[in-house]
Design a protein around this ligand. Structure first.
Ligand code: NAP
Length: 286
């Protein structure tokens, strides 16, 4: 069986790497904050001291990092992925980043003789733990095929979308829609409350009509209770809106609603809500 590496053990990466270990793969992990490696090591993973050490010992290395800056630092920085990248090795970056970041990493990996796949995901903390993510992949087809047994342990649906940049675009489009939905959902709940309506009545009306969806159903009651347990950090939602707006610029696509949602999420970050769940944007509009 191939040796697998995993870089970045945050909310998502921790659960995804755990699924690979539980599936019986030989897994080596690394995280910037080393304490987060303990749970994985106790499950049977090997801990490494740098991304370079992981890549040096593995056939295919996965990464799940915060944002474009983190992806670039882990790839290009000292002790990074590129220092050990070589002929035949695979690198699969599952972080949500923009296409330009992905293409820079893909080119650098290829220049070292390696293969690159971008594979951002939809789904949150629980689907990451349960191995039921939706995985959107693009890039080297042979690496996609080779990584499939591992991707199938992390996701319930795996799609191949073509050349590098396509999966990044898909992920940004989807999250832009999600951020816009959450912003206007919270504005609606807040407006209803001010108008003297009960939030659970609003949620019941929504859930029994054409707008019913799992996100409103999951987050609505928690918003009502003023609880925002973090599944998808608000700062990452704002990052995704920012990157989607940049993609819109590139294609001259008007993004009036998404731009407004981005302003709302920026305000929420400014209020200190960046590390809370993205549903805490409610606090910025109520
Ligand atoms: P998270 O819990 O904040 O984890 C971020 C990870 O990136 C951590 O391992 C963190 O290391 C690492 N990191 C950040 N900056 C770094 C740097 N400069 N150098 C090295 N490592 C760095 O975030 P998450 O929720 O797991 O999200 C990870 C990615 O998945 C993001 O791109 C996010 O947009 C995307 N995503 C998240 C969800 C979700 O619902 N949570 C769903 C789909 C996609 P430390 O532990 O040292 O901070």
């Amino acid at each position: 069986m191939k040796k697998l590496g995993f870089l970045g053990l945050g909310i998502m990466g921790g659960g995804m790497a755990a699924n690979l270990v539980k599936a019986g793969f030989d897994v080596t992990v690394w995280n910037r904050t080393t304490a987060k490696m303990e749970e994985l090591v106790s499950l049977g993973a090997r801990g490494a001291s740098s991304p370079r050490e992981v890549v040096a010992g593995c056939d295919v290395t996965f990464a799940m990092l915060a944002d474009p800056r983190a992806s670039e630092e882990v790839c290009f920085g000292p002790g990074g992925v590129l220092e050990a990248m070589g002929e035949g090795r695979g690198y699969v970056d599952m972080s949500t980043v923009d296409g330009d970041t992905s293409r820079r990493i893909a080119a650098a990996v290829a220049a070292k003789g390696g293969r690159f796949l971008e594979a951002p995901v939809s789904g949150s903390r629980q689907p990451a733990r349960e191995g039921t993510l939706v995985i959107m992949a693009a890039g080297d087809r042979s690496l996609y095929d080779e990584a499939m047994p591992a991707l199938e342990r992390m996701g319930k649906l795996v799609l191949y979308l073509g050349e590098v940049g396509k999966a990044a675009a898909m992920k940004l489009v989807v999250n832009m829609i999600m951020g816009g939905m959450m912003a206007v959902f919270c504005e609606g709940l807040s407006l209803g409350k001010r108008a003297g309506l009960r939030i659970d009545d609003i949620l019941a009306v929504l859930d029994n009509g054409a707008m019913a969806n799992p996100m409103f159903r999951l987050k609505g009651p928690m918003i009502q209770e003023g609880r925002f347990p973090v599944a998808f950090p608000l700062k990452h939602m704002q990052k995704d809106l920012r990157l989607a707006l940049l993609l819109g610029d590139l294609f001259h696509q008007p993004l009036v609603s998404a731009a407004a949602a981005n302003e709302t999420f920026k305000r929420a970050r400014d209020l200190g809500l960046g590390d809370e769940d993205f549903s805490a944007v409610f606090r910025a509009v109520s």
